[in-house]
Write a protein that binds this ligand. Structure first.
Ligand code: SF4
Ligand code: SF4
Length: 167
């Protein structure tokens, strides 16, 4: 059994292990996890990292910017061992994602391609590595001040986002 998970106690069906955030003893009584973005930009900036983009995401972003997919890949991405990643640019807080916009809203940092942001960004902070257990979730708070605040995301919503990403 994985760390941070418990069995449902239902031995008659195909129900799998119940995640810590789905347990009645969990932080929201088993209703899921809270998260609301404060637009601090932390998750899109800092030390060198990666934002993986697949071909379909590149095509959508290219269309948004009115350029070809090939041009988009050449101008805004690079290849890494893990796959194709968005480029970074140096900013006052470290290396920003090339699409992080610190001008649009004073004092905030927002995604400049929000509607077409890659899956890795859409699923944050519900990545498998972060929702694995209470400890990993709590450690993510060091980066993201929106964790455990605001909107309650249901167990099903958390599972869908977790399962949409491999990180
Ligand atoms: S694409 Fe948008 S959400 Fe994703 S890292 Fe870049 S700025 Fe952040
Ligand atoms: S770190 Fe959290 S609060 Fe800050 S921009 Fe990212 S998601 Fe929003």
């Amino acid at each position: 059994m994985s760390q941070g998970m418990a069995e449902t106690g239902n031995s008659g069906g195909n129900i799998g292990p119940l995640e810590w955030f789905a347990q009645p003893s969990g932080p929201e009584g088993g209703l899921g996890l809270r998260f609301s973005c404060t637009m601090c930009g932390n998750c899109c900036s800092g030390p060198s990292g990666y934002v993986l983009v697949n071909d379909a995401e590149c095509a959508a972003l290219a269309k948004r910017l009115g350029i070809s997919t090939e041009e988009f890949m050449a101008r805004y991405t690079h290849m890494m061992e893990l796959g194709r990643s968005l480029n970074e640019r140096s900013g006052p807080y470290g290396l920003d994602c090339v699409f992080l916009d610190r001008e649009k809203i004073p004092g905030k940092a927002v995604c400049g391609v929000y509607e077409d942001r890659p899956r890795q960004c859409r699923s944050w902070p519900f990545w498998p590595s972060l929702v694995r257990n209470e400890r990993t979730w709590a450690s993510a708070r060091n980066t993201c001040p929106g964790i455990d605040k605001g909107t309650l995301h249901s167990v099903v919503q958390v599972r869908i986002m977790r399962d949409s990403c491999e990180i």
